[in-house]
Design a protein around this ligand. Structure first.
Ligand SMILES: Cc1cc2nc3c(=O)[nH]c(=O)nc-3n(C[C@H](O)[C@H](O)[C@H](O)COP(=O)(O)OP(=O)(O)OC[C@H]3O[C@@H](n4cnc5c(N)ncnc54)[C@H](O)[C@@H]3O)c2cc1C
Length: 407
């Protein structure tokens, strides 16, 4: 089995297949495991958590839960001065939703795959000449033959045009400049007590702009938990942090600064000026090298799978705007489902092609429900329609007391 991409879904599938005794190799374009900092956190819902439980050895699954943030908490929708419009409360149950650090999760997913992840391998195409033994081709001229090739190479997938020729994602009008700031400064939390367990989406006075932030507090410290449950694996330092994102229109991000972290941070800083002082403080204390620009896009339902014994998972198929926290969860769910179908086919002797087709049918159905939901949420919260914006920023906040004093 050959997987292109050592992201969340590629690694999760590799873990699933390894546990079932299937020979699997992952080919990753990055030159090493931790070259990009992208230090954000991700909220796992019941699908993501269930996929990890099914795919990982018990000790690694326990490690993911042990290092995660405490269960429960809230997501508050507010105006730019952090006055509540409405709040969603998450279930206070360890297996309902959990916030985890993405780098820590990636490190957990890599544990035990020694010798099976090959870095610096830029997948460019699949050679389907032999329909029972496709080959994954690399930009360095190399190739890897396998019984099945899986494209898990993320939103910019190089394999998509060949495997799903009619399903290029469409651009949206929105983007996010994401950053990370230490949770504590001089021993004091930068987040006021009233928001300790809350994520916040603060909607700006003008439509098409919002600011998101949430704190990530590690449960058990990663170095200690890794030493106990995955000795020898790389353990991130585990300093608590706040992840934030300024949401703006893509046309507001000049093309020339899109790869320039300092210029992106400056843009985010300038555009946060009208928000509550807590927001301005967060941007002001950001760790520059964790800045990321994300141009939101929306995947299109594939109607044709063009290469036998080649399929795809995750953002490569169904990228979605980061509203509702479905992208990574759906990617993990794909991995566990595809793993299950392939292992089942091996046990029953059913054709591999049939297992792949069943996976694709099921995946497209749930994944594009999630894409539609995320797209709708984005339009509702950041769209230009005057009435919803007016209700969110003018009517509902008036009904609540001030959440966070500005002093
Ligand atoms: C700021 C932010 C916050 C988010 N928060 C959440 C959240 O709370 N909950 C949630 O569920 N989701 C969240 N997401 C979405 C989530 O991160 C993605 O949906 C998820 O990472 C997709 O996993 P994947 O395996 O498809 O791709 P990725 O994790 O992106 O992995 C793709 C991998 O493929 C590699 N690659 C790319 N091209 C090639 C190539 N040609 N050859 C070989 N390798 C290649 C890449 O280097 C990468 O390692 C968030 C996203 C962002 C940007």
């Amino acid at each position: 089995m050959a997987i292109a991409g050592a992201g969340l879904s590629g690694l999760c599938l590799a873990q699933y297949l390894m546990r079932a005794g299937i020979d699997v190799h992952v080919y990753e374009r990055d030159p090493g495991p931790f070259v990009r900092r992208q230090g954000y956190r991700i909220i796992l819902d019941r699908y993501g958590l269930e996929a990890l439980r099914e795919s990982l050895p018990r000790s690694l699954h326990n490690l993911a839960l042990a290092t995660g943030d405490e269960p429960g908490g809230h997501l508050r929708f507010t105006d730019s001065r952090l006055r509540d419009a409405f709040t969603i409360t998450f279930k206070d149950e360890p297996h309902a939703t959990r916030q985890v650090d993405r780098l820590t999760l990636r490190s957990i997913l890599q544990s035990g795959l020694h010798g099976r992840i090959h870095y610096g391998k830029d997948a460019v195409a699949v050679d389907g000449g032999d329909p029972t033994r496709p080959r994954l081709l690399f930009s360095d001229g190399g190739a890897a033959a396998a019984s099945v090739v899986v494209g898990a190479d993320g939103v910019g997938s190089a394999l998509r045009a060949q495997i799903m020729p009619d399903a290029d994602p469409t651009k949206t009008t929105m983007a996010g400049i994401y950053g990370r700031s230490p949770l504590r400064r001089n021993g004091e939390s930068i987040i006021p007590d009233a928001l300790r367990t809350s994520g916040v989406l603060a909607i700006a006075d003008r439509p098409g702009r919002a600011f998101f932030f949430t704190s990530m507090r590690f449960g058990e410290s990663p170095p200690e938990a890794f030493a106990r449950l995955a000795p020898g694996s790389y353990a991130p330092t585990g300093d608590d942090y706040v992840m934030w994102g300024l949401l703006l229109r893509q046309e507001e991000v000049p093309i020339g600064i899109r790869g320039d972290l300092l210029a992106l941070w400056r843009l985010a800083s300038g555009m946060s000026m009208d928000f509550h002082p807590v927001v301005r403080r967060l941007v002001g204390t950001a760790e520059l090298d964790a800045t990321v620009l994300n141009l939101f896009a929306t995947g299109q339902r594939p109607r044709r799978w063009a290469v036998p014994r080649a399929t795809m998972m995750g953002d490569a198929v169904h990228v979605m705007p980061p509203f509702g926290a479905h992208g990574g969860n759906t990617a993990l769910r794909d991995a566990a489902l595809l793993g299950h179908k392939l292992v089942e086919a091996r046990a029953t002797g059913a054709p591999v092609e049939e297992a792949i087709a069943n996976y694709q049918d099921e995946m497209v159905s749930y994944a594009f429900r999630a894409v539609d939901t995320a797209d709708r949420l984005m339009r509702r919260l950041t769209g230009g329609a005057a009435a919803p914006h007016w209700v969110l920023t003018r009517v509902l906040p008036r009904l609540h007391r001030v959440t966070v004093p500005e002093a």
